[in-house]
Design a protein around this ligand. Structure first.
Ligand SMILES: NC(=O)C1=CN([C@@H]2O[C@H](COP(=O)(O)OP(=O)(O)OC[C@H]3O[C@@H](n4cnc5c(N)ncnc54)[C@H](O)[C@@H]3O)[C@@H](O)[C@H]2O)C=CC1
Ligand SMILES: O=C([O-])CC(=O)C(=O)O
Length: 303
């Protein structure tokens, strides 16, 4: 029997990530090739024409899984009954800016949209905040949508995770699928800490080994590798004059897909115990400190 359609909201759907993301969702990249979708797209008034253009293209693409499309500039309409909300709407940073520089514009959007989700979304709606500053926007959304379970509100650092896999795979000349258990700690910002201490590599025709022993260059892992991942967003902006879009859209699909389908028991997160060395502790503390500062700044923007 065919599955019931899942309602997926994409805010900022007329923007560049939105344009890359909606066809991925409609093709089943996020929820699987047997999962019908009803796509809800939200953007703001000045983007109405562009949003309708995206809707026209979705019709023209004749996606077999796409049952219906709601395209609107009304957050209450957009959030109605949604099971998954991918919050991309907001203002991207430009060259030379830090992500927290877009704070004042974006946190007030997240406060307003939290209220719309609170009133209209399905009770077990799962939320992924993509727009920057992603962690802090997610915090604001949690505060102003108290009936959405806290464990259902997440932000996108999967792109950083994928970037770390990409760097290791280029360095070792292996496929990304051969690397596992890389961790991104902390803020989606230049203080984030990509941690390879628990990561392993399975080289072709060999058994699984710690990343550190296969790379055999702690200096690279502790310096250039970390800064490359931390600064990758800025490097893309410098190259494209626009921030990452196709990789962000792809990471959003990875995030939701793994959350729903790989993590057992319908997305229940679980804790693992890890040994943290002094090097990691220092880096984790630095990014935690920045998150606390961002929180204070965010609340001052809302007052
Ligand atoms: N967490 C991550 O890994 C990443 C986050 N980002 C962030 O994602 C966000 C979107 O980036 P892009 O798509 O490149 O930007 P964009 O400017 O191309 O698109 C953003 C869209 O949001 C819309 N928008 C603005 N205010 C809105 C509101 N109140 N409600 C609904 N829509 C609204 C705009 O009209 C625009 O269509 C930015 O904040 C960017 O910094 C980008 C890349 C990676
Ligand atoms: O760097 C930016 O502003 C966009 C982003 O979050 C990323 O590419 O990681």
């Amino acid at each position: 029997m065919a599955k019931e359609p899942v309602r997926v909201l994409v805010t900022g759907a007329a923007g560049q990530i939105g344009y890359a993301l909606v066809p991925m969702i409609a093709r089943g990249v996020m929820l699987g090739s047997d999962q019908p979708i009803i796509l809800h797209m939200l953007d703001i008034e000045p983007a109405t024409e562009a949003l309708n253009g995206v809707k026209m293209e979705l019709v023209d693409a004749a996606f077999p899984l796409l049952m219906d499309v709601v395209a609107t500039t009304d957050a209450m309409v957009a959030c109605k009954g949604v099971n998954i909300a991918v919050m991309v709407g907001g203002f991207p940073r430009k060259e030379g800016m830090e992500r927290k520089d877009v704070m004042s514009k974006n946190v007030s959007i997240y406060k307003a949209q939290a209220s719309a989700l609170e009133k209209q979304a399905a009770p077990d709606c799962k939320v992924l905040v993509v727009a920057n500053p992603a962690n802090t926007n997610a915090l604001i959304l949690k505060e102003f949508a108290p009936s959405i379970p806290e464990k259902n509100i997440t932000c996108l650092t999967r792109l950083d995770h994928n970037r770390a896999l990409g760097q290791l795979s280029e360095r070792l000349k292996i496929h990304v699928g051969q690397v596992k258990n890389v961790i991104i700690w902390g803020n989606h910002s230049s203080t984030q800490y990509p941690d390879v201490n628990h990561a392993t590599v399975t080289p072709t025709n060999s058994e699984e080994k710690p990343v550190r022993s296969v790379v055999a260059d702690d200096n690279w892992l502790n310096t250039e590798f970390i800064t490359t991942v931390q600064q990758r967003g800025a490097a893309i902006i410098k190259a494209r004059k626009l921030s990452s879009a196709l990789s962000a859209a792809s990471a959003a699909c990875d995030h939701i897909r793994d959350w729903l389908h790989v993590i057992k028991d319908n997305g229940q997160l679980f804790r693992v115990r890890l040994k943290i060395d002094d090097f990691s502790r220092e880096k984790m503390d630095a990014t935690a400190k920045e998150l606390v500062e961002e929180k204070t700044l965010a609340y001052s923007c809302l007052n």
